[in-house]
Write a protein that binds this ligand. Sequence first.
Ligand SMILES: *Cc1c(COP(=O)(O)O)cnc(C)c1O
Length: 216
Amino acid sequence: MRKEILKDLQPYGARLVAVSKTKPIAQIREMYEEGQRIFGENRVQELVDKRPQLPSNIEWHLIGHLQRNKVKYIADFVQMIHSVDSIALAREINKQAQKHDRVISILLQVRIAREETKFGIPAHDLDRFLEELLQLNLTHLSIEGLMGMATFTDDEEQIRKEFTELKNGFDRVKASFFPDHDHFREISMGMSGDYKIALEEGSTLVRIGSLIFGAR
Ligand SMILES: *Cc1c(COP(=O)(O)O)cnc(C)c1O
């Protein structure tokens, strides 16, 4: 299935984050041997347990909600954190990255779903959030784009609307805050059930678990 997905991604130039949460080392290694290099986990403990058992050139992405007090466990190796939704969290990532003399890539998680969720920056707060964030001059962060999760529903038009909202937010933020900043280029959206819609709406990073690894 991974091959078919890669074929779908190609015309869009999008990349695949293989979401390996709950999956055993052997299955992850198998996918690594097929050439997959970017893996995503949503829990710090699981990521920290798995990483030493797998090749060191894997690019690990943290895609789930991250508590501030856990940043220190992943700061020496994590490549990208997709779920930054508070200034306090951004500051902590910067602080821990600095300790390791690293720059960590981050995405700002935007709340686009109609479902009640605690996570993500409300879309209408995004500009204010960025103004505050950029004023801090956090030199150990590379702000590379936005992430969002659509409502869990069969209503494709609803999903499409939410992805469009994220894309519009990205375009607006890009124009206002990062016009000459090549690194601000990622839109992380699309999972097993909705990645094709996400690609059509401008995704650059799809996060796919069950479709390639099997149901959890
Ligand atoms: C689990 C998870 C995914 C992948 O979900 P699938 O439906 O298995 O593809 C994507 N993003 C986040 C944030 C997740 O937690």
